[in-house]
Design a protein around this ligand. Sequence first.
Ligand code: GDP
Length: 436
Amino acid sequence: MPNIVVVGAQWGDEGKGKVVDLLTEHAQVVVRFQGGNNAGHTLVVGGQKTVLHLIPSGILHSGKTCVIGNGVVIDPTVLMKEIDALKSRGFLADARQLLISSHAHVIFPWHKHLDALREKSRAGSAIGTTGRGIGPAYEDKVGRRGIRVADLLDATRLKRRVHERLGPASEEIFQLARAAKVPEPLLEEGDIIREYSELGERLREYVADTSLYLSEKVRKGTRILFEGAQGTLLDVDHGTYPFVTSSNCVAGNAAVGSGLGPTSIDRVLGITKAYTTRVGQGPFPTELSDELGERLRKVGDEFGATTGRPRRCGWLDVVVLRYATRVNGLWGLALTKMDVLSGLESVKICTSYELDGQRIEELPGDYEDLGRVKPVYEELPGWDKRLAGSRTLEDLPEAAQRYVRRIEELCGIPVVCVSVGADRGETILLANPYHA
Ligand code: GDP
């Protein structure tokens, strides 16, 4: 009974939500293991759009359990809003469908203010954070001063912990606000304690020892799907540091962030767009800063689900994909947004880079160099036909089939899924990771 991890193989926004939604049909439990509400999965089911930031997209399927693991940082206000919105649409009728780790760390208002003010103070060298407090919450976790979900459920402990943390955080906020010449935000200790206590009470029915729950599921052979957020190149260790997110997005963290051993993971599926996008700052070798990039942004609707920010767009980069294959141990690739490339006379794939006159096949060890590499392209014929109606590989125009096959050859792993539209049905599943 395989347990599968789905990860982004690029800089995030690859369409993981759609693939997870598809695979959920074959799994009983879906787990988020890192990140926070900086992720934004957009799902379109029967023409109706749902954007989820914290709750695994599997919640739209009845009879599945969704787990928010210990590795996630939780903004309880956002989580409660998602729960209410889902309930009002008839989902999550049974509270046992959602389990929240008591070990997950909580985002407080000071984290959000610190995030926004620090980003402001970086001025020209801003990282491009979403300003949701994720980074500062992870900093507190690693600094061993964080407040966890379990703390929300104990009024006395919560009061003490908020009191301990608010002073130092307010001091830094005051300094940053003064330097930025913006009004200092009001952080009322009593209000925060009251609000978070109430949120804790509302969340109580979902809080559990999720590591124990999952290990029992593993023992029984229940199929688990681990849903990664962001993408490999945004991983705090393996991404384009410092323009990265504050957690590990690679597959190995699925074990750590859910409280299971690595032997519980059987397969890793990497999601990649048929081209490349990136939000915020940082190197992006195949970026197209011309009309073609604009076209990809427009046709692909490349604007962030969480922030609305326009994404930078460029050709597919298989140097990046080979790297993602290596650091995640990818078993296969799901190729999304193939439809966006329709109508181009030719399409390009970056197969290697040139750095200081030398051809290199791997990402440079020093990410500073990634900003200097020149992409080496292979050009393939494009295709005209709309792809949305394609349901098998043979339905695709020959040039599109060739594009898929070439990606497989260059990456050395199979493309097991090709997505040709946003809807659940607009998918060609070549091999099901749960059955293959
Ligand atoms: P995620 O965070 O990786 O789940 O990605 P996002 O949800 O931020 O972005 C993916 C976007 O692409 C969403 O709006 C999806 O509905 C959409 N999408 C996914 N697959 C396809 C596809 O094959 N074609 C098109 N046109 N859109 C897609």
